[in-house]
Design a protein around this ligand. Sequence first.
Ligand code: ZN
Length: 137
Amino acid sequence: MKPTHIEHIGIAVRNLEESIAYYEQVLGLTCYAVEEVADQKVKTAFFMVGQTKIELLESTDPEGPIGKFIEKKGEGVHHLAFAVDNLEDALQETAEKGIQLIDKAPRKGAEGMHIAFLHPKSTFGVLTEFCEDKSKQ
Ligand code: ZN
C-alpha cells in the first residue's frame, strides 16, 4: 500500500462561518463546498490548496466526535487523510500489520468519498483517514 497524496487535512473549528472568513480573507483561498455529513455529526467546508484540501469541521452535536474533540483539546488539526487507490485493500494490509482500525470497513464521507479511520493509538497520535475517490472510477 502506498498513498498517492494527502487528500485533505481535517481541522476542527467552533464556528464554520468565522473560520471560512479567515481562510478566504486572510489566506485568499475559496470555499468551494459546504456539506453536512449527518453520519459524523459535522458540517464541513472545503478549500483546495494545490492537490490537497483543507476540510473544516464544525460539530452539529456536542456528543459527536468533533464536539468531543473540541471539548477535550480545543480547536485545531483533527486528522490527516491519505488518498489510496483501493480502500479495502489498504485497510486489510494495515490491520495485518497490527494497526488498530476505527473503521473495519469503508463508510461514506463527504464528497462521495469512501473513507475509514485508523486509531491514533496505533499511528503515533495522528488520527489517520484513508480515502478512496469513488467518483474517479
Ligand atoms: Zn476527513
